[in-house]
Design a protein around this ligand. Structure first.
Ligand code: G3H
Ligand code: ZN
Length: 329
């Protein structure tokens, strides 16, 4: 079917206390993996699973705006899955214009690096542009940092080699205070949403972009305080790194401190209705590709490796989809 408006996916999800996965696509194989995962999980659960495919300005530069949007539109037209196409983390008005021209059905404008009032002013401008075309806007309040803001590439490689609990201890020590200071303030929520006119809110509640595995707890207490201020679909960013469930935390030996929680808690009690995942899928793609190549290094047909990478991404996305539908404990 044609692309759908993201509002048509997130407003019912908010009512029903579930979340919709928003997965970042960089190539054809990723787009196919997401759609096939949604088709398979829909069949498995006996209920339709919705899908948001995201393209960042970086991905649009890599593939070209019309190629990136075109792939998603064609793939959506060949399935019964409801698919919205979101521009992820736009920081310039020109990127929003390009996305609207290419037919995106949602936009995240990320003014989180700007002073508060400037973030509001530019986001408002984006909202006016997008709403005049019926396209909803996600806005960012507080700041969701990147793991690279705190650690060098070689330090990240070292952290990835450690047991999860030890990596979390080190991240807490170096980044914990800063991540806390960057979180959205509940008292800003109504003012920010009213002034910007945004439809969805990417409020920072303790996550970090770009963590390689699900090891990091979010601040559930802050998320709940934000959610109590206003009924609006909330968006989880940096979700690759967030612990999936309390059981998952226990299995990994990660102790949740007071006020902390997992992705499952964020959906069940925190009002999170859109969950953004990028890094975990990029890693799944790389791992799938490399393993297939290692198993057959003399193979000349790279599609063999591309299929393995696509399968690996699909299986990872299916895990997320079951969690977001509330089918995991
Ligand atoms: O907007 C995209 C997401 O926040 C992805 O974060 O790469 O840590 O999963 P992630
Ligand atoms: Zn993000």
């Amino acid at each position: 079917m044609p692309l759908v408006n993201e509002k048509d996916l997130l407003l019912p999800a908010l009512e029903e206390g579930r979340a919709v996965g928003a997965f970042n696509a960089n190539n054809m194989e990723m787009v196919q993996a997401f759609i096939w995962a949604a088709e398979e999980v829909s069949k498995e659960l006996g209920e339709p699973v919705d899908l948001i495919i995201q393209v960042s300005p970086g991905a649009a530069k890599y593939a070209g705006w019309s190629m990136a949007a075109g792939m998603v539109k064609i793939a959506a037209s060949e399935t019964d899955i409801r698919v919205a196409l979101n521009l992820d983390h736009a920081t310039e008005i020109d990127q929003v214009k390009k996305a609207l021209e290419a037919g995106f059905t949602a936009v995240l404008f990320d003014g989180s690096s700007l002073p508060f009032e400037e973030n509001i002013r530019l986001t408002r401008q984006v909202v006016e542009m997008c709403h005049s075309r019926g396209v909803p806007v996600e806005a960012e309040l507080g700041k969701i940092p990147r793991i690279e803001d705190y650690f060098s590439q070689s330090e990240i490689a070292y952290l990835r080699s450690l047991p999860a609990a030890e990596a979390v201890r080190i991240i807490r020590e170096r980044a914990g205070k800063s991540v806390e200071e960057l979180m959205a303030k509940p008292e800003d929520v109504e003012y920010f949403v009213k002034k910007t006119g945004c439809d969805f809110l990417a409020a920072a509640f303790g996550s970090i972009h770009g963590i390689w595995d699900d090891i990091w707890p979010i601040r559930l207490d802050r998320l709940i305080a934000i959610q109590e201020r206003m009924r609006i679909p909330l968006v989880s960013h940096g979700s690759s790194g967030i612990l999936m469930t309390p059981k998952d935390a226990e299995r990994k030996g990660i102790k949740l401190l007071k006020g902390e929680g997992t992705l499952l808690d964020a959906i069940k009690t925190g009002g999170v209705t859109k969950v953004n995942v990028a890094t975990a899928l990029s890693i799944a793609f790389i791992d799938g590709f490399i393993e297939a190549w290692r198993a057959n290094p003399s193979e000349k047909d790279f599609r063999k490796f591309g299929s393995a990478a696509r399968d690996r991404v699909k299986e990872k996305v299916k895990e997320y989809m079951r969690l977001f539908a509330g089918k995991v404990e």
